[in-house]
Design a protein around this ligand. Structure first.
Ligand SMILES: NC(=O)C1=CN([C@@H]2O[C@H](COP(=O)(O)OP(=O)(O)OC[C@H]3O[C@@H](n4cnc5c(N)ncnc54)[C@H](OP(=O)(O)O)[C@@H]3O)[C@@H](O)[C@H]2O)C=CC1
Ligand SMILES: O=C(CO)COP(=O)(O)O
Length: 344
């Protein structure tokens, strides 16, 4: 009998991924929450989805690794390595792992240390690097693109990219996920797809700030365009390929996230602009806005590599240093003349 596809994480996007895959293959989804496991196994609605009968849930990562060859971890970046460490002893070189996480990992430092010092060693990792550091498989990839889970759950059509160095990973991901409502492109630019997916959340926070301040579509378009320029600049400094940021996993996802009122990152920025504090927003949201954590990491990268990215820096100041938003916008509008996108 064909093995099921594993999904680690039954949050918003893990559940969406499980539902997409279930159109092609049976799915075993992991949750650490027994209530969720029972709900899914009893066919009840979970995260707005009523799963097909070929979706079952487990709380046992060993069982998931032994049952599935193809596994999709969909866990927020801050918990990703911890969860991968838990499954790592059961992963073999035959496993294929395609993550969907749009964030970054830090090694040998705490996120709170990043504001105070720089480290000689390279301490930033993408999720595929976390997987290959912790597990015995090299066959890794990521899925990224304009994939707001709420829209996918309403069966609106969209597309994603599976990026990997290995064609077999791309092929297996496409077979598992492709359907008439979900087109899957392939790419060999794994690092770019991962960085683009993480960085665009920061620009979505900025776009939410513009939205919350009612500054209009001209300003929102400007923020997104100049923000894209910055994230390409940072990505290239980290070894990514600049042009790939213009693809579905780059520009495509940036537009979706930075213009959607269902985006958690956009909403985080909007609420800040409307006067809520970071603590108030966090207390009222049970889902992750990855861009807030990524912002701290990007600020660190800017300092360490001596890069200039005024939009990211100002968003950082607004979120973590209470910089007045009107002052930040005024500062941005007076920023010394800079080239448009000539560097590409
Ligand atoms: N939602 C979306 O539209 C999209 C999200 N993504 C990305 O997917 C990733 C996950 O996001 P999303 O699913 O939306 O987030 P959610 O907050 O909805 O869900 C996160 C899931 O991870 C689980 N989890 C967190 N920490 C641990 C842990 N230590 N051990 C086991 N399970 C854990 C949570 O379990 P518990 O509930 O028990 O805490 C929950 O099931 C993010 O990086 C996000 O950027 C990518 C594309 C689209
Ligand atoms: O990555 C996403 C859409 O592609 C989801 O964005 P949010 O995490 O901001 O909701």
């Amino acid at each position: 009998m064909e093995k099921p596809v594993g999904v680690i994480g039954a949050g918003s996007f893990g559940s969406t991924i499980a539902s997409l895959i279930s159109e092609n293959k049976s799915v075993l989804i992991y949750s650490r929450n027994q209530f969720e496991i029972d709900n899914i196994n009893q066919g009840k609605e979970h995260k707005g989805i009523t799963f097909a009968k070929n979706v079952t849930a487990t709380g046992d990562l060993k069982y998931l690794a032994e049952s599935c060859n193809l596994i999709f971890p969909v866990i927020p970046a801050g918990a990703f390595r911890k969860v991968i460490k838990q499954i790592a002893p059961y992963i073999t070189p035959l496993h294929i792992i395609i993550h969907a996480t749009k964030g970054l990992d830090i090694v040998e430092a705490d996120i709170e240390d990043l504001g105070n010092k720089t480290f000689d060693k390279d301490i930033i990792r993408t999720m595929s690097q976390v997987i290959t550091e912790e597990c015995s498989t090299l066959r890794v990839g990521c899925i990224s693109g304009p994939n707001l889970s709420k829209e996918i759950n309403l069966s609106y059509p969209t597309a994603a990219v599976i990026a990997s160095e290995f064609q077999e990973v791309i092929d297996q991901g496409q077979i598992a996920l492709s359907s008439s409502r979900f087109f899957v492109f392939g790419s060999h630019q794994l690092l770019t797809a991962e960085l683009a997916g993480a960085f665009k959340n920061i620009i979505a926070i900025g776009s939410g700030i513009i939205g919350g301040k009612h500054l209009g579509k001209n300003m929102q378009a400007l923020l997104i365009t100049r923000g894209l320029r910055e994230i390409i600049h940072i990505g290239i400094a980290l070894g990514a390929e600049g042009k790939a940021f213009l693809g579905t996993a780059g520009l495509g996802d940036l537009i979706a996230t930075a213009t959607s009122e269902t985006s958690r990152n956009y909403n985080f920025g909007r609420r800040l602009a409307e006067g809520d504090t970071i603590e108030q927003i966090r207390a009222s949201e049970d889902e992750v806005a990855e861009g807030v954590r990524t912002l701290k990491i990007v600020k660190y990268i800017l300092t360490k590599y001596n890069l200039h990215a005024p939009i990211c820096e100002l968003i950082y100041e607004i979120v973590f240093k209470d910089l007045n938003i009107d002052k930040a916008i005024s500062h941005l509008m007076r920023y010394p003349n800079a080239p448009d996108v000539d560097f590409l």
